[in-house]
Design a protein. Structure first.
Length: 434
């Protein structure tokens, strides 16, 4: 490895250090050149003085923005340098030169539209604020996985290529699989459930789901990072919500504690929801919208974007950034348990976080006879689901689970306007590269 330390580890008055990174900024003041060098952990100032180091001073005249350089030198305390320390160089080397002009400014705080940023994503990803989003994202996923590992959940991987859709209705991307038609997976749901029948008891997957929806919103993408969970021997869907609530609280707490620098860079004051997440029925949700906001969703069986936002405001005012809506009347999917005489229409729930749906889940139907009846009444072609129906027919414990959109979680935690900012190389109906 090339010898170097991170800029954040440079202490004033330490012995000679070596750092390496991209040239973030160049300030030429005549007999004095300031280079601000950027690595993954931050920025550091290097001061080249003509009088003190004439040869290096001469060499640095040719430096360009975003060149990759390595500098060896003595760290000195300095009030005017970012981080309070600067380096007086004894060695300076350009490792690789950057072409110029750059299609996107990295160091200057210029508003650039999202589409230009995404067209030049590799450069945009260099910006400290963009990097902060992905450091935060990594922290969130690691924390989430840590919680499930500690609780004894099994880390699984389900196939991304399948013969049919998980939920039938949603749009699928067709692919050619050797000489037969297949689809990109829309959800690991059926496989998670099969694993419950197989006795795995509690599983999680950090995976990918594909949705061929034709959207133009700030919260939809075609390739989604999905955090899926399934657990067996539940009493009811409240057990599933408990798991989701505790794991999310833990992940947010970890990020609040470990990603202070990133939250600062993004100007986010992250509130960890320590109180129980409110759990309201769908009818109660409609009631709040109607009486408090005079809002009636167009489709009375679903919450619309505005409805979610208004409910988000309602609960945020009471100190609850996250809450569950339980029992959607339109979503008695064949796999959702529909308990006779239950006061809850179906055992499905959504988690709304900061005014946006973050996850969907519920208690599943584990009684195969009832499920097949439901499928037939919904007009689902049971022949396409033989593998699933069969897997569940040899004894299946009561179970439930959910899928959480990781990109939406990152979007909300990092305070981003658009979900695509939370994805390194996002896919939407109009974007297939980079
Ligand atoms: P899921 O599809 O998993 O339920 P979702 O958040 O996409 O998650 P939807 O029920 O599809 O949930 O959509 C929720 C809301 O998002 C809709 O009520 C609608 O207001 C809005 N929405 C969805 N698709 C579009 C679209 N193409 N254009 C504008 N708004 C949309
Ligand atoms: P659902 O279809 O609601 O549920 O998806 C779960 C969560 O995934 C996210 N999501 C999306 N994010 C970005 N762009 C999209 N196009 C998109 N579609 C969905 C949302 C959503 O809440 N099988 C069930 C889960 C389960 O019950 O286990 C499912 O996939 O955050």
């Amino acid at each position: 490895m090339i010898e170097r330390i991170h800029t954040s580890d440079v202490e004033p008055d330490a012995d000679e250090v070596a750092i390496a990174g991209h040239v973030h900024e160049i300030r030429d003041l005549g007999g004095l050149v300031f280079l601000i060098v950027r690595d993954r952990e931050g920025l550091i100032q290097i001061v080249f003085k003509e009088e003190r180091e004439p040869e290096l001073f001469e060499a640095v005249q040719d430096v360009g923005a975003e060149d990759v350089v390595r500098v060896v030198g003595e760290p000195l305390e300095s009030d005017q340098a970012p981080g309070g320390v600067e380096i007086a160089p004894t060695e300076y080397e350009v490792i690789d030169e950057a072409d110029s002009p750059l299609p996107l400014e990295i160091s200057k705080d210029i508003e650039v539209d999202l589409s230009t940023r995404l067209d030049n994503r590799a450069l945009d990803l260099r910006k400290p604020e963009t990097l902060a989003v992905f450091t935060l994202r990594s922290e969130l996923i690691t924390a989430m996985e840590e919680w499930f590992d500690d609780e004894g959940f099994v880390d699984i991987k389900t196939p991304l290529i399948s013969k049919g859709g998980a939920e039938g209705g949603a749009e699928l991307f067709p692919i050619l699989y050797y000489n037969q038609d297949a689809f990109l997976s829309q959800s690991p749901q059926l496989y998670k459930q099969m694993l419950m029948a197989s006795g795995y008891e509690a599983v999680y997957e950090t995976g990918t789901a594909f949705r061929a929806e034709d959207f133009a919103t700030s919260r939809h993408v075609s390739e989604i990072a999905m955090f899926d969970v399934e657990l067996a021997y539940i009493d009811d869907h409240d057990d599933v919500m408990d798991v989701q609530e505790e794991s999310l609280r833990y992940a947010l707490r970890e990020v609040a504690e470990n990603a202070e620098r990133e939250l600062d860079l993004l100007d986010v004051d992250l509130e960890v929801p320590e109180d129980d997440f409110p759990r309201i029925t769908f009818d109660e949700a409609l009631d709040i919208l109607e009486t408090e906001y005079g809002h009636f969703p167009d489709d009375p069986t679903d919450l619309d974007t505005k409805g979610e936002k208004l409910l988000g405001e309602h609960f945020e005012e009471q100190g609850h950034p996250a809450f569950f809506v339980v029992g959607y009347p339109d979503e008695k999917f064949y796999y959702m348990q529909d308990v006779p005489d239950d006061d809850i229409a179906s055992r499905k729930f959504d988690l709304i976080y900061k005014g946006q749906e973050l996850s969907s889940g519920g208690q599943r139907e584990h009684d195969v006879e009832r499920m097949v009846e439901e499928m037939e009444s919904e007009g689902v072609e049971t022949a396409n689901f033989e593998f699933y129906i069969e897997a569940l027919s040899y004894g299946t414990p009561p179970h439930g689970g959910y899928g959480l959109g990781i990109d939406r979680l990152v979007q909300k935690v990092a305070g981003l306007d658009n979900i695509k900012e939370a994805i390194m190389f996002p896919r939407d109906p109009n974007r297939l590269e980079p």
